[in-house]
Write a protein that binds this ligand. Sequence first.
Ligand code: G6P
Length: 367
Amino acid sequence: ARTDKAGHKHFMAKEIAEQPVVVAEAIRSYLPTGGDRVVLPDTDLDFTKLDRLTMVACGTAFYACLTAKYWFEQLAKMPVEVDIASEFRYREPPISDRTAALFVSQSGETADTLAALRYCEGKADKIVSVINVPESSIARESDIALPIHAGVEIGVASTKAFTCQLSVLLMLALKAAADRGTLTDEELADHTAALRGLPTVLNAALDQDRAIRKSAQRLSEARDVLFLGRGLMYPLAMEGALKLKEISYIHAEGYASGELKHGPIALIDKHMPVVVMAPRDAVFDKTVSNMQEVMARKGKVILVSDDDGIAEAEDGVWSTIRMPHVHTSLAPILYSVPAQLLAYHTAVAKGTDVDQPRNLAKSVTVE
Ligand code: G6P
C-alpha cells in the first residue's frame, strides 16, 4: 500500500528514502527524454510576456520559493519577490499585469496560501501553482497547476515534497531561461544532464546515513543549533533549522553566513553546534572564513560539503558529512538529504514523536 511504512521505523524515514524515485518521476514529467527543453504538461507559460514573478507560500514550501528566487534571478534574469502567505495577504501588495503569481503548496489547502491566491485573481497575468495534490483547492483555482509527483506525504515534517518542489521550480526557471534566451544551448544542456543524474547523487547522499546519524547523536545534546549557508545554501540553512526544531524541539536558526557577524556570533561558545552547508562553489571561500570565525569562538562545526570542500576546510571542524559532487544549481536539492537526516536522527535520539510532532499539523486549513 502507498500508506504503509515499507519496513521503515517512521513515515518520515520512508519518505526521505523515496526521494531518488519521486524526484526522478518529477524530472521525467517535465523533461522529455532526449530533449534539453523543459515542457510543461498540458499547458504553456510564455516567460517573454512576463516581467516579474511573485512567489507565495508557508513553511517548507516558502523555503522552496526562496531557493527558486536565486534560480530565476541567476538563470532567467527575472526579478522575483517571495513572501509568506500570512504577510502577503494583508499587506495589499501592488501586482502588475505582467506578473505571474506562483503559489507553492504540498497540500494545496493551506488557508493563508489560498487567500493570497484569491487576492491575486484579476490582478496578475497568470496564477500558477506548484502542488502535490492535483484535486486541491489551490490547484483548482489556478490558471496553471504544476504537479510535483511526490506521492502521498504523511510525515508532518515535509521532506520528499520539498525536493520535488525544488526540482519542479528549477525546471520552471530553466524554461524561463530558455524562453528569455538568457542561457546558451550548452548551458541548458548542462543543467538538464545534471538534473537527469540527480536521482543517482541523491542515492549517494542517502548512503551517508551512518555518518549523519553520528553527527545527530551529538546534536541531540544541544540546546540551540545554528545552520549557516550562503547563496543557494542560505534558504536550505533555514529549512534545515526548521526541520530540526519541528521534530526534535531543539531551538535552531538558519542564517546567511555573511550575517553571522551581525548578531548570532554573540551566541557562539563551546556548547553551540553550527551546521555549515557548503558545497565547493563560487562562494565557498567566503563561507569557510565565516566558519573559521565560529571555530575561533569554540563553536562546534559540522561541515557538510563535497570531497574538494572537505579536503580544503576540514581542519578543526567537529565532524564532516560528505556529499557527492554535483552541478552548483542542484546543490540545494542534494543537500536537503543531510538536512533531513540530521533532523530525523536527532529526533530519534531524543525519542520524540517524529511523524506527529507536538502542536503541528500536516495541513493548516484554518488561519
Ligand atoms: C504545515 C506543515 C509544513 C508545511 C506547511 C505548508 O506547517 O507542517 O510541513 O510546509 O504547513 O503546507 P503546504 O501544504 O501549503 O505546503
